[in-house]
Write a protein that binds this ligand. Sequence first.
Ligand SMILES: Nc1nc2c(ncn2[C@@H]2O[C@H](COP(=O)(O)OP(=O)(O)OP(=O)(O)O)[C@@H](O)[C@H]2O)c(=O)[nH]1
Ligand SMILES: [Mg+2]
Ligand SMILES: [Zn+2]
Length: 337
Amino acid sequence: MIFPVYGRTFLEKAAARAPTNGGHRMRQSKHRALRDAGPVRPAVVVSRGRNRAWAALEDGSGLLLCDYPSLAELPVVGDSVLVRADTGADGEGMIVEVLPRQRSIVRVTAGGERKVMAANVDLLVIVAALARPDLRYGFVDRCLAFAEHQRIAPLVALTKADLADAASIEAAVELYRARLGYDLVVLSTVEHRGIDLLAARIAGCRALMLGQSGVGKSSLFKALGADRGARVREVNERTGRGRQTTTSSRLAYLGHGFMIDTPGVREFSLADLEPGEIAAAFRELAPYLGRCRFPDCRHLQEPDCAVKAAVEAGYVAAVRYASYRRALEQAARSLLE
Ligand SMILES: Nc1nc2c(ncn2[C@@H]2O[C@H](COP(=O)(O)OP(=O)(O)OP(=O)(O)O)[C@@H](O)[C@H]2O)c(=O)[nH]1
Ligand SMILES: [Mg+2]
Ligand SMILES: [Zn+2]
């Protein structure tokens, strides 16, 4: 069965067009009735549209399409909530409370806008294609720095291995796994490569996939079988370009954990971080920080910079240092805008 997430029902549309606010009054009284009636039940937000959210009841008994008229803050995917089910048993309900978040993933866009992407996530799966589009080290490095700063475990998931040559796969694996010690998996949904490894790695985790559009997040979601149980689907998954682009986040339970598929992000900036925090989030720079001539050294043009010396000596990879510089520039730019 497919439930529309964004699509307003015909009745809602008709009510919105009607000259009286009868529909509005009807919903108000429904909200009052729901607030006062029945026990509250724990649930998790699995998808959210503009005015309503899908919540999966924690006892596994199903999904409810919920209003949230009395909440000061919008619920986000991954939120643990308390809901009241509609007594009409038509699969509708109301979120009456969002339980305290253990953590929220706040993304700052290149324009400096803050977006809460998800709540209660403990594993950030950084998805990047090895080819088509080419691997963007800068993007991966900013996501890794974000994970370090937020103290969320990262996992680098490199997709489309079937389209990449062995040398470029080897270069990425050498850098991230061997040199920097990050968890990494090389994947191809076409060749079913690495999927079991990924499944084992995320088992029991509350994982969120982060990556640019078209890198293969939804394909992984599907390969993991996450879309099988997920009855929440978007209405217009298929865009005019004939490509399937995810337009809202959705969560699926996988055993004891969950996985969240997200819409592709165009940019990912570290605008919330001070320059010193950005340097500290590049883990291999740690031995050199505090050893420059100037205590507030940004490791750019300054003389006697221990970081630049380490890059020149080959102790720090040039591609990572380039990512660091770009992250600094980009963060400064989005603060100005
Ligand atoms: N050759 C190859 N193609 C892949 C692989 N994974 C995904 N693709 C293709 O890449 C395209 C984009 O895949 P999606 O899974 O929709 O990408 P996405 O990251 O979910 O994109 P957005 O929803 O826009 O963020 C599709 O045409 C997929 O068939 C892979 O491992 N190998
Ligand atoms: Mg997608
Ligand atoms: Zn320095």
